[in-house]
Design a protein around this ligand. Structure first.
Ligand SMILES: Cc1ncc(C[n+]2csc(CCOP(=O)(O)OP(=O)(O)O)c2C)c(N)n1
Length: 639
């Protein structure tokens, strides 16, 4: 790191000569590789955008000029160049750098990100504000080819082209989403790549005309109009032009000097938005020879020489893996079942389904809203769609779930992976809201399994239920229970009594059942006998069991790995209130309070909110002690 050590801010970078930029990029790439080989991260995505970051901070006067990154997972080089170089080894860890972009973290992170396709809307907003204030600076959104296809980005293009706002869009086109990019728009971008021959032809014609002595300039000018008309008709970039954008491209996205030139050119465009189309290679410089798209996007720790992943040791399978396998089993038996993912085939386990049932499985791209309504259409015609979408990303499709699915009571199953605290990816990715946002919707059934075997049962139950149903399960490994029995239909709204004790009842939802049982064992060893219920359903609740417990126990503790507001515990309290029992029993709700949960190891974060065996044990014990103390006080007063 010879030059990189001297770069503590983009101003230092801008003091370099253009011919030094490639060395800066090479050093950054090496630093990312070395660091990620130890701690893991969005390695491949960030390796692909190294030269883009170098060129952006060289061509623009950042932070005065605003660079708005989409998603932010590819912005490690940007972090390194903007004063956070030495903190890279802390990325995604508790107290360390965020894995995405955060306004609190740096003035160079102009807009927080984590979910895709937001950069153009944010950048357009900034551009309009700049113009209202009559300020001269540049605004540049950096967006990947897959994120560009998201609905929001398209909506922003529509408005920017119409307003003719001065705005620069740097398109990071690597033909990849996390998986290979899908869809008609991808085909369109590919055609631009293929049009290389035409570009060359166009330039050659121009040069030939210019070389005609005397007449050249004028002919060239006259021909330009014809050429532009011809270009509009023939060039794939024409669609971009038709939408009111200028098109500059394409540019080799690993050549910093060429990128800087293209960005300088873009800065000259005053009367419309402009797209600079850069071609990049995801995972550029990653040592593995093997083509592994997913590993190139994000990795755990790996061997620096070979790229081979360092194996993690866990005996229990991932929830995601069990989900994918169960989908295949169920789809083999019932051909009405279809599967969907919104650009997360490996993350949801739908990759296996896509391989096995290519006709009945769909990767719709980064298009959660479309995925939901598309499912609705299929359900109308008798299919049984299973939309596997991370809890955090389904937030995008709130209205579609209500308006298109629940309102029409359609049979769509929502499989919400990464529900709860997800850990290293942090605030943008925690799945803490799904109970609250789905519970309010009429017709919706909500469930969460205590382990991976029950998840299989719930998947079948949701698919067979004639209306909408959602199951939520956490990131990571299951509990390690046997998976050899066939999935079974569960009775909807029926909880499972796991342990009986008279002092208190712990009602746990989903992944909180295991720690609740451990807490109960510990409490029992101290003479406190607790009932433990695996709630299974947040909607409908097992009213019979819960009301019976409320009448016979003095303390009910609900536990969920989700926001308390509107969550599972709230549902229990509503039930008690509706039945006039709110004053009969003390209720303690355990869950995530009303605040932003940072990034870091999931275990650590869960412990921080008391959502582990120790936390549950302590809360139950302390509450009982306080209640006992009060009773003693009351008796003293009376006596
Ligand atoms: C709304 C939403 N859906 C899904 C994701 C998960 N996700 C993160 S990065 C990514 C792929 C982005 O591809 P692209 O924009 O082409 O950038 P690249 O990673 O290829 O650089 C996806 C699907 C997300 N962040 N946000």
């Amino acid at each position: 790191m010879k030059i990189l050590q001297t770069i503590n801010s983009p101003a230092d970078l801008r003091r370099l000569r253009p011919e030094q930029l490639q060395q800066v990029a090479d050093e950054i790439r090496q630093y990312i590789l070395e660091t990620m080989s130890r701690i893991g991260g969005h390695t491949g995505a960030s390796l692909g955008a190294v030269e883009l970051a170098v060129a952006l901070h060289y061509a623009f006067d950042t932070p005065h000029d605003r660079v708005v990154w989409d998603v932010g997972h590819q912005a490690y080089a940007h972090k390194i160049l903007t004063g956070r170089r030495d903190l890279l080894p802390t990325i995604k860890q508790y107290g360390g750098l965020s894995g995405f972009l955060k306004r609190d973290e740096s003035e160079y992170d102009t807009f927080g990100a984590g979910h895709a396709s937001t950069s153009l809307s944010a950048a357009l907003g900034m551009a309009i504000a700049r113009d209202r204030k009559n300020e001269p600076h540049h605004i540049c959104a950096v967006i990947g080819d897959a994120s560009l296809q998201g609905g929001m980005a398209m909506e922003a293009i529509n408005q920017a082209g119409h307003l003719k706002t001065r705005l620069i869009v740097l398109l990071n086109d690597n033909e990849m989403s996390i998986a290979p990019a899908v869809g008609a728009f991808t085909g369109y971008l590919n055609r631009i790549r293929e049009a290389q021959g035409y570009h060359r032809f166009k330039d050659e014609v121009g040069e030939t005309l210019l070389s005609i002595p005397g007449l050249g300039e004028r002919l060239h000018h006259a021909a330009k109009t014809v050429k532009d008309a011809l270009a509009a008709a023939v060039l794939p970039g024409a669609l971009v032009n038709e939408l009111g954008f200028k098109y500059i491209g394409y540019v080799d996205g690993h050549n910093p000097r060429a990128l800087v030139r293209a960005l300088q050119e873009a800065k000259q465009v005053k009367d419309s938005p402009v797209i600079v189309h850069a071609l990049t290679v995801k995972g550029k410089g990653f040592p593995s020879k093997e083509k592994n798209y997913y590993a190139w996007h994000a990795t755990g720790p790996f061997d620096l020489a070979t790229g081979t992943p360092v194996k993690s040791k866990s005996s229990a399978p991932l929830y995601t893996t069990v989900f994918g396998q169960t989908m295949c089993e169920l789809m083999a038996k019932d051909e009405r079942i279809v599967a969907l993912t919104a650009a997360m085939p490996d993350g949801t386990g739908i990759d296996k389904v896509l391989e096995r049932f290519p006709e009945r499985a769909f990767d719709v791209g980064i298009a959660e809203q479309h995925a939901v309504t598309f499912s609705g259409g299929m359900a109308c015609e008798g299919l049984k769609p299973v939309a596997a979408i991370y809890s955090t990303f389904l937030q995008r499709a709130f209205d579609q779930v209500m308006h298109d699915i629940c309102l029409q009571n359609l049979n769509v199953t929502f499989a919400l992976d990464r529900a709860g605290i997800v850990g290293a990816d942090g605030p943008t990715h925690h799945g803490l809201l799904d109970i609250a946002y789905l519970r309010a919707m009429p017709n919706m059934i909500l469930m969460a399994p205590k382990d991976e075997a029950e998840m299989r049962d719930m998947l079948l139950t949701a698919i067979e239920h004639p209306g909408p149903a959602a199951l939520r399960y956490p990131r990571g490994n299951g509990v390690g229970v046997p998976l050899d029995r066939e999935p079974q239909l569960l009775e909807i709204g029926k909880a499972e009594l796991l342990r009986d004790g008279g002092d208190a009842a712990i009602i746990a939802y989903g992944s909180m059942v295991s720690p609740a049982l451990q807490a109960a064992t510990q409490l029992a060893s101290e003479g406190i006998e607790t009932t433990v219920v695996n709630a299974r359903f947040a909607k409908p609740l097992d009213a019979g069991l819960l009301l019976a417990l409320a009448r016979t126990r003095r303390l009910i503790v609900t536990v969920e790995d989700a926001y308390l507001a509107g969550g599972f515990g709230s549902a229990v309290m509503e039930l008690l209130e509706e039945n006039g029992l709110q004053d009969k029993v003390r209720v303690v709700r355990m869950g995530v309070p009303d605040r932003i949960v940072t990034h870091g190891d999931a275990k650590l974060l869960l412990a921080k909110y008391g959502l582990d065996a120790d936390g549950i044990y302590t809360r139950v014990k302390e509450t009982i002690e306080v209640m006992d103390d009060r009773r003693v006080e009351r008796q003293k007063v009376r006596g």
